[in-house]
Design a protein around this ligand. Structure first.
Ligand code: URA
Length: 185
């Protein structure tokens, strides 16, 4: 099976996932989308209202900002792979619970294994903590780190979550600056 077929098979598994109770209240799962050969993967937190309705990641307000940030470095959205820590929407967009993150962990791990990206951009503290546990986003955002993951050294670039930037102008400026760092790699 090629990468596209492997990702599609995994997406079908994700769509039927009942590993935690979140599926009960969600409209549908949001497996993630993008280029199976992506060199850059972006991982957010969890689907929100619009993502839950459409079954696609980052299509609401935060997604529109993400699109603009990708545009700002001439990186077409279809070139990267975008997904989340959680694949079903938590009720009222509450923070992910540790047991939900654990239940969803195999999906992100498998997507990384299949796509084999050189760079992983973490959006927000939950995906930061997957790759750099114990680090604070306010301290490490915009700083690339080399991390052994799925059998390879990968470049992790932690960033603030676009939704946080929409609430806070200072974070917005930091996120715009941090995005430019992707170009260096
Ligand atoms: N916020 C996220 O973390 N992910 C999405 O897909 C949308 C909003």
């Amino acid at each position: 099976m090629n990468k596209e077929q492997q990702l599609e098979e995994l997406a079908q598994t994700i769509k039927h996932c009942q590993n935690c109770p979140l599926y009960q209240k969600a409209t549908q799962a949001v497996p993630g989308e993008g280029n199976p050969e992506a060199e850059i993967m972006l991982t957010g937190e969890a689907p929100g209202f619009f993502e839950d309705k459409e079954g696609r990641p980052f299509v609401g307000q935060a997604g529109k900002l993400l699109d603009k940030l990708l545009d700002s470095i001439n990186l077409p959205r279809k070139e990267v792979f975008i997904c989340n820590m959680l694949r079903h929407r938590p009720p009222e967009n509450r923070d992910p619970l540790p047991q939900e993150i654990e239940a969803c962990r195999p999906f992100l791990d498998k997507q990384i294994e299949i796509i084999d990206p050189r760079i992983i951009v973490t959006l927000g503290r939950y995906s930061l903590n997957k790759f750099l546990p114990g680090e604070f986003i306010s301290k490490v955002h915009g700083q690339a780190r080399f991390v052994d993951f799925a059998g390879k050294k990968r470049i992790i670039i932690p960033m603030y979550h676009p939704a946080a930037a929409l609430r806070n102008g200072i974070i917005m400026e930091e996120l715009k600056k941090d995005f430019q760092k992707i170009v260096q790699f």
